[in-house]
Design a protein around this ligand. Sequence first.
Ligand code: PEP
Ligand code: MN
Length: 336
Amino acid sequence: MIVVLKQNAQQESVKELLEWIEEQNIKINVIRGDQKTVLALVGDTARVDTDQIYSRGCVESISRIQEPYKEANRKFHPDDTIIKVGTEQIGGGTLKVVAGPCSVESEEQVTEIAKLVKASGATFLRGGAFKPRTSPYAFQGLHATGLTYLKKAREVTGLPIVSEIMSIDHLDLFSDVDVIQVGARNMQNFELLKELGHCDKPILLKRGLANTIEEFLMSAEYVMAGGNRNVILCERGVRTFETMTRNTLDLSAVPLLKHLTHLPVMVDPSHATGIPYLVEPLSLAAVACGADAIMIEVHNDPKHALCDGAQALTPDQFDHTMKAIRRQAAFQNLVL
Ligand code: PEP
Ligand code: MN
């Protein structure tokens, strides 16, 4: 970290700053130029609060040389993280497809969809039991009952299950869920992230609607700093000025994240676009960009779906998309 001091900095204030920095176990190299004095800080600067440095009043600017995330940083962990989920894995040269309805609506609905997506080659079943809806009057999910139905569908198909948690208070209900999803709206729910850092479940962390890549990685860091290193990152589109698609899929995030972090990266073209016919081309593009997994919403009766029916693929459309994904995976020598 580089700290540039103001030209007219008071000696007393600089002395206090130097003492405060040294108290954090950071080494300081002082570089005195003709015009400016620069402090080069060496050590675990990820923990240094830059606001506290600014508040001394003698500081003109601060730049971080090193990223503020350590556990998620590829520089410190060069090998790809492979996340084990039962007999399945995410990351490490494989391609996985998570498919299922936006929401679990009934035991029959989720089991039927589970069988169909499995037959087409999906490797994980998704289904929301706690739904973060914009309107408080919209269907909120079946809660604990929804998770029970999802587990029944797992029993029938053998597909590991992925479901979204919205509150720390529900953690016990998720003890038998294979992958816990943190939705876009909760990406910066730091208390939730900290709590998930203390469990050993794989966490599927979705990028916030308007969050930068660095903020996304810092949220992963929250989970990892608590000891849980099983984090999967999911790019699901961000808000832009465009209104024709639900969000704008940031595909550059995929190779960028693969460069910056060792964590596996998933892409969700369903929430990114909100349009079924865009799901297949963007799934292929995501695989070409290096995604480790794809998440696709599938419904056996989209017209009557209780949530996100407009973006859901029918089982037939999903089957078509899976065939295309399979060809793309084979082209890239990925094990699907
Ligand atoms: C979902 O996966 O159903 C969901 C609500 O996604 P997101 O958090 O990305 O909007
Ligand atoms: Mn949805």
